[in-house]
Design a protein around this ligand. Structure first.
Ligand code: WTA
Length: 659
């Protein structure tokens, strides 16, 4: 049987040309890097940190493990990320090189050179300083995909303010919670955003967030004019971005910060409680952002790089705002959506801008496959995609069928696909092919990034043999790792360095299996109560809390179900305070609850399927049997013994979706 499996799995080797020219040239080069790190772990990272970053004050310490698991890297070094992304390139003769090609929702294109970007960032950084924003202050950014979004992040980095981006699709409540938790002094937002031909308001949501209470730390609100919508501005608090930047100097002395200074917080979902503020460092984070660009994307001076993520997610941080700019790359920033004006938009943009490295999510690919199947005019084969040389995937497992389609139809069968496994907490790539070295197997993220030491273990932390699934861990601290959870170091320890593993192994929260023969890793999905819907992370608890906050809801349990398009879909089991509804009434309440969750968290958190019961399946000790709910959500027959259930009859009620 294993022979049969082997012949069925096609292996894609990099072309000779790719091997010859790549930064990591062939498997020997990859293995040599791994060996370098194996032999002298700190030396490996230190060498790269010296070569790839311009330090104001060189570091003499590398890894400091004295307060594990609160690790420090390059702690006595000083630098500035914005200097490394902008000034360094301008000083090296790249001032007139295009840094950002911004394509608006309506197709309008704006090009910003490195020199121009530096001036824009400096002006806004001066404006922030003028408002009294200083090193260590937190600034929340609630902006759509825009040049100003990148400028705002870089400006914070320039003055040592710690930014925290809140995705533009999040609700007022979610924004309020993040502002409150971070204790932010300033909020940067816009009047609205353009998406799919529509102008959507943003400032009113920001106003609502600020009115909810708990945002008293905010002194300044800066508003980018994007849609030109009528916008209420509160005197003494709100100012237009263009007004505060006017008359500012084009130069701004960067704030030199310690390598461990928090560059940003980014809130992400965990299995329990509220979203946690993942805190990243300056030096270690920048290092691995650059290394991922160099090694995984093999970035070269002539490349045109396009990461389609939103700056609201970690992928947008590392692969829009920081990594590409730190490498002096020309990159695309796209305001719109892949389906407007039609589902050929990505392919047209690759053709128009001669994109060479393209990085997107499996969900996007799957929806574009469907669109191309239905309408040959938007099929990638209709476009000239010959500029492409490397394709990337991120955010969720890519199923082999989508991989093959992407490889064949977008990459013309000649572009390696780097299936990059990583997380908000890891800062940059952890397990990924090297495009000029690693033979590819669809559906596998292959082997660890050079220097990163991953393993699959059992519940006791013991490594399991290849071919046997288990828990994915990282054995040694690495430079771009999460430093702590903002304001909650205990939760950091518990979540990532649990006692089960004696506090020695980083727990990613994913399951994985390594191939018997190749040792390749395949990610099997989250092992906790975190859902991954269209590559967006959400905690089941967050959605449950939103549901029970509704006046009609007594109790709710949320689980995930596999979905062809979105990877996972959200299914909610709900007990109402009144009688169990049916028919039209039930349908109306489903709509109401979906909208409610959309309003509480954001549209991405809306349950796809809501089922009502008079109760939830519970053990006699009152614990909700989530395993059963997962089976019900999938429509599977319950075969196991349910005699420990308090109320077995409830399963019939919950088994059927309404529509
Ligand atoms: C999942 C996104 C399989 C995984 C960068 C992880 C993946 C979570 C992959 C992190 C991949 C990300 N293959 N699964 N290539 N990339 N994941 O924090 O479950 O938004 O734990 O970071 O996405 O999501 P996050």
């Amino acid at each position: 049987m294993s022979n049969e499996q082997q012949t069925q799995t096609r292996i894609y080797k990099p072309s000779e040309e790719m091997v010859k020219n790549a930064a990591v040239s062939g498997m020997e080069a990859y293995l040599a890097l791994c060996k370098e790190a194996e032999d002298d772990y700190e030396g490996f990272w230190a060498r790269n940190a010296r070569e790839l970053i311009e330090w104001k004050k060189p570091f003499t310490q590398v890894l400091d493990e004295s307060n594990a698991p609160f690790f420090k890297w390059f702690a006595d070094g000083q630098l500035n990320v914005s200097y490394n992304c902008l000034d360094r390139n301008v000083n090296n003769g790249l001032g007139d090189k295009v840094a950002i090609i911004f394509e608006a929702d309506n197709g309008e294109v704006t090009r910003v050179t490195y020199k121009d970007l530096l001036a824009r960032v400096s002006r806004f950084a001066n404006a922030l300083r003028g408002m009294g924003v200083k090193k260590g202050d937190r600034v929340v950014i609630y902006l759509p995909m825009s040049i100003e979004g990148v400028v705002a992040m870089q400006a914070c980095a320039r003055i040592g303010a710690t930014h925290s981006i809140v995705f533009g699709g999040f609700s007022a409540q979610a924004l309020r919670d993040r502002i409150n938790d971070a204790g932010a002094v300033a909020l940067i937002t816009s009047d609205g955003q353009h998406r799919g031909g529509k102008a959507l308001p943003l400032k009113p949501i920001a106003d609502e967030a600020l009115s909810l209470g708990g945002c008293e730390s905010i002194r300044n609100v800066i508003v980018v004019k994007r849609t030109g919508a009528q916008t209420a501005m509160e005197a003494g608090r709100d100012q237009w971005f263009h007004d505060v930047c006017a008359n500012q100097s084009d130069t701004c002395e960067p704030e030199w910060v310690d390598a461990e200074h928090p560059l940003f917080l980014l809130y992400t979902s965990g299995s329990t409680g509220k979203p946690k503020g993942v805190q990243h460092s300056t030096g270690g984070y920048l290092l691995h952002a650059i290394m991922s660009m160099k090694y995984t994307f093999d970035i070269k001076p002539d490349d045109v790089f396009w990461c389609t993520a939103d700056i609201g997610w970690v992928t947008g941080h590392t692969f829009i705002t920081y990594g590409p700019l730190a490498c002096g790359t020309t990159e695309i920033v796209f305001e719109g959506v892949p389906t407007y004006p039609d589902a050929g938009r990505f392919w047209k943009m690759i053709q128009d801008h001669k994109v060479t490295v393209f990085y997107t999510a499996p969900t996007a690919i799957r929806s574009l496959i469907k669109a191309a199947d239905n309408n040959p005019d938007v099929h990638p084969k209709k476009y000239d995609l010959s500029s492409l040389r490397i394709l990337g995937s991120v955010g969720e497992p890519i199923n082999p069928a989508a991989w093959e389609w992407y490889h064949e139809n977008v990459g013309g069968g000649r572009c390696p696909i780097v299936d990059t496994f990583w997380q908000t907490e890891t800062g940059a790539h952890m397990i990924t092919p090297m495009p000029g070295a690693t033979p590819l197997v669809p559906g596998s993220c292959t082997l660890p990034f050079p220097g990163i030491q991953c393993a699959v273990v059992d519940e006791t932390g013991t490594e399991v043999p290849n071919g046997q699934g288990g828990i994915l861990v990282v054995k040694r601290p690495w430079p771009s790792m999460i430093r702590t959870i903002w304001g909650d170091p205990e939760r950091f320890k518990k979540s990532y360095y649990p006692d089960d593993f004696k506090g020695k192994l980083y727990l990613a929260g994913d399951g994985a299996i390594r191939d018997k023969d190749t040792g390749y890793f395949t990610i099997t999905g989250r092992i906790d109560d975190v859902l991954n819907v269209s590559g967006h992370r959400m905690g089941t608890m967050e959605i449950e809390s939103a549901l029970v906050a509704h006046e009609k809801v007594a109790e709710a349990a949320v689980v995930g179900r596999p979905d062809d398009l979105t990877g996972e879909a959200i299914v909610a089991f709900v007990v109402l305070k009144g009688a169990r509804p049916s028919g039209e009434e039930a349908k109306a309440i489903i709509k109401e609850l979906q909208n409610w969750v959309g309003h509480e968290i954001g549209p991405i958190a809306k349950p796809k399927d809501i089922r009502f019961g008079e109760n939830l399946p519970k053990t006699r000790s009152g614990k909700i049997m989530r395993r059963l709910l997962r089976q019900l959500a999938k429509g599977e027959e319950i075969t196991q013994d349910t005699s420990t259930l308090e109320n077995p009859a409830i399963l019939d009620q919950l088994g059927q979706p309404l529509s």
